[in-house]
Design a protein around this ligand. Structure first.
Ligand SMILES: NC(=O)c1ccc[n+]([C@@H]2O[C@H](COP(=O)([O-])OP(=O)(O)OC[C@H]3O[C@@H](n4cnc5c(N)ncnc54)[C@H](O)[C@@H]3O)[C@@H](O)[C@H]2O)c1
Length: 407
């Protein structure tokens, strides 16, 4: 009989301050590299609001953009590349640059002993994941992980899994109505972004999905990608405010990423994982749906990850058992609260008991390697050629060099 179960206790969503940090410990001096949308919306405000962090440096090719993000009333180093951070005592660097710069910049900083948090997609290929792991051997930590793991609805789904029996299948779907990040910038340039909806939305889905499954390996993959919406101006996200960045190298149709990716992965635990990642579609709103099928029931979580205003207004979580559907009550949450929890999680990893084992828990190098190999396999199955070894040179004389190759 349909009905509402008691509100579940949702593990892993409390945002209490980091435990073993003395109250008078100085904040962690943090450099934020990239002064674009995610740093403006997430990183700088949330790091500044957390007692464990202090933004000590801001780096962007567009120095004015970096300067505009500087917290008022404190001296902050502003630069255009990691070379401007040499000699600066830093406890952490957050890398929130276009995808092709994640691994090269992380390697530079790790080489100087600076721990890094790398935005998703941490890397574009498994080869980049290996290069990152190699650079981390020097001892400085690599941190990562999708904020979506810290959503209350995702934690509630995780808490339900033991009641579903033996897991057989996981279906991951993030379909936006119209959410191509930008038309002419780096996001849609394969040589820079490395890929489209699969790397952008699919990375979050795989991060959440493989965490739910206990991080299995992958034995097989099928995939297909398409780009039917890229030419449609109405399919571009109207909420991110990126627009044209005017600094993208000249490109041909082959340089464009996909707006839609569909894939099927077989895991070494026998669970079948299907995935749809779509920047645009015929859907009325942007939705993220995670379906877990077990021998004793099927759980369906439907909501919207991320910040899009075209969202499912309230997440729902239902369980189907022998024709009987039960709704699991979920706490109502403000949009984006999972990012606060991600920052808190990071504080714990850097200063709490987990600090001694930086590879443990969410966002470890081992997980990054698995996600990158899923992406590689799906693109290979879809017949997409490998990435050029060197990203293209940016055009000359187009204002801020937003896609400079090397830092
Ligand atoms: N976790 C999330 O939910 C989330 C959300 C959005 C973006 N992201 C990720 O964050 C990263 C940045 O995304 P964004 O949306 O902020 O992009 P953006 O285009 O808004 O910002 C990128 C910034 O990098 C700067 N830049 C470009 N090339 C540079 C160079 N060579 N040297 C210095 N600065 C350079 C640009 O001037 C720009 O300010 C991406 O990897 C993206 O996937 C994550």
């Amino acid at each position: 009989m349909p009905g509402a179960a008691d509100a579940p206790s949702v593990p892993g969503t409390a945002a209490a301050p980091a435990r073993s940090r003395p109250a008078d410990a100085p904040p962690l001096r943090t450099a934020v590299l990239g002064a674009g949308w995610v740093s403006r919306t997430v990183w700088v405000p949330l790091l500044e609001a957390h007692p464990a962090f202090e933004v000590a440096a801001l780096v962007d090719a567009d120095q004015a953009a970096a300067r505009a993000l500087a917290p008022p009333g404190r001296e902050v180093v502003v630069g255009t590349g990691p070379e401007d951070l040499v000699g600066l005592p830093l406890d952490l660097a957050v890398i929130a640059l276009p995808n092709h710069l994640h691994v090269p910049v992380a390697r530079t900083l790790l080489g100087r002993g600076v721990p890094v948090f790398v935005e998703k997609p941490v890397c574009r290929t498994a080869a980049e994941a290996r290069a990152l792991a190699e650079a981390a051997r020097g001892g400085a930590g690599v941190h990562a992980g999708s904020a979506a793991r810290h959503r209350a609805d995702v934690r509630a789904l995780a808490a339900l899994l033991p009641s579903l029996g033996d897991l057989r299948a996981l279906d991951l779907d993030w379909s936006r109505a119209s959410g191509i990040p930008e038309r002419d910038g780096w996001f849609t340039d394969r040589r820079l972004a490395g890929g489209g909806a699969l790397l952008d939305l699919g990375w979050h889905l795989l991060d959440v999905g493989f965490d739910l499954l206990g991080r299995p390996g992958v034995t097989d993959a099928l995939g297909t990608v398409s780009g039917d919406w890229l030419g449609d101006a109405d399919a571009v996200a109207d909420w991110s405010g990126r627009g044209r960045d005017g600094g993208t190298p000249a490109r041909t149709a082959d340089d464009l990423v996909e707006d839609t990716a569909r894939g099927f992965l077989l895991t070494d635990t026998g669970v079948a994982v299907s995935l749809r990642a779509r920047w645009a579609s015929h859907q009325a709103v942007d939705h993220t749906t995670v379906t877990v099928e077990g021998t004793k029931g099927v759980a369906v979580l439907r909501g919207t990850f991320g910040f899009s205003p075209h969202r499912v207004q309230r997440s729902s979580l239902t369980v189907l058992r022998r024709g009987e559907r039960t709704e699991v009550a979920l706490p109502e949450e403000p949009v984006g609260v999972e990012y606060e929890r991600l920052v808190e999680h990071l504080a714990r990893r850097l200063t709490g008991p987990e600090a001694s084992s930086p590879d443990a828990g969410g966002g470890s190098l081992a997980e990054i390697g698995v996600l990158a190999s899923c992406v590689d396999r799906l693109y290979a199955a879809a017949g997409r050629p490998g990435l050029p070894t060197k990203p293209p040179e940016p055009p000359r004389g187009q204002g801020a060099p937003k896609t400079r190759q090397s830092l």
